[in-house]
Write a protein that binds this ligand. Structure first.
Ligand code: 13P
Length: 248
């Protein structure tokens, strides 16, 4: 059985005041809460990790460079993220694939860099609106997974997040049937490729997850949690999503 995870991606949002609120979020969790990971901007990683030390909340980066070090102005190595006390890093978010022209091989290399630094990679895949309308979604997603996930992925070092690009920040969400269809396919692909480990890898849904739709989304058997953008910026929105996941 895959572990449940509520992950928050702050993207280029948040400040020290929001980091201060993480201690309260951590303090509010019951013992049966799912795993919780917050991914703030890199400048806030160290403070966030300190605020959440020995608590129910873990911290992750939003991207890393595949290389271990070197002349890459503005980039950050996975080991630097790990040194802050973070445990996870998002790789292959569509905002990186689109905005920074990252390819599946780039993302594969980033996942390997994350593992080498002892981080769990939260690897994102998802189709565009045009791809969804062309009804190619399952093939496109399966191809992305195949090409961006390294072979020795385990349930310990990898989380997969399915985020349809057209659902991110738009308030549009796939139907429950569409979510079930994609996640069942992803589970089948992971199990076919990785056996028992594939059956245990946590599979997240992301894209306009809100307190109002979380419980419905978590009904899908192969949805083990969510990667939440906007609603992770407000503890009053994120907590009900955590609670819905715990109850699922
Ligand atoms: P929203 O929850 O704001 O749609 O963002 C989803 C996302 O991209 C998380 O990585």
């Amino acid at each position: 059985m895959a572990r449940k995870l509520a992950a928050g991606n702050w993207k280029m949002n948040g400040d020290l005041a929001l980091v201060d609120g993480l201690a309260t979020l951590a303090g509010n969790q019951s013992t049966d809460a799912p795993q919780i990971v917050i991914c703030p901007p890199h400048t806030l990683l160290a403070q966030a990790a300190k605020a959440c030390e020995n608590s129910a909340v873990e911290i992750g980066g939003q991207d890393c460079r595949a290389e271990a070090k070197g002349a890459y102005t503005g980039d950050i190595a996975a080991s630097m993220i790990a040194e802050t006390g973070a445990t996870h890093v998002i790789v292959g978010h569509s905002e990186r694939r689109d905005g920074h022209h990252e390819t599946n091989p780039d993302i594969r290399a980033k996942a390997q860099a994350a593992w080498a630094a002892g981080l769990t990679a939260i690897l994102c895949i998802g189709e565009s609106e045009a791809e969804r309308e062309g009804s190619d979604t399952l093939t496109i997603i399966a191809d992305q997974l195949q090409a961006s996930l390294p072979d020795n992925a385990t349930a310990e070092n990898t989380v997969i997040a399915y985020e349809p690009i057209w659902a991110i920040g738009t308030g549009k969400v796939p139907t429950l049937a569409q979510i079930i269809e994609t996640h069942d396919m992803l589970r089948a692909e992971l199990t076919a490729r990785l056996g028992d480990e594939g059956a245990k890898i946590t599979l997240l849904y992301g894209g306009s997850v809100k307190p109002t739709n979380a419980a419905e989304i978590f009904q899908a058997e192969n949805v083990n949690g969510a990667l939440v953008g906007g609603a992770s910026l407000k503890p009053t929105d994120f907590q009900p999503i955590i609670d819905a996941l715990a109850a699922s």
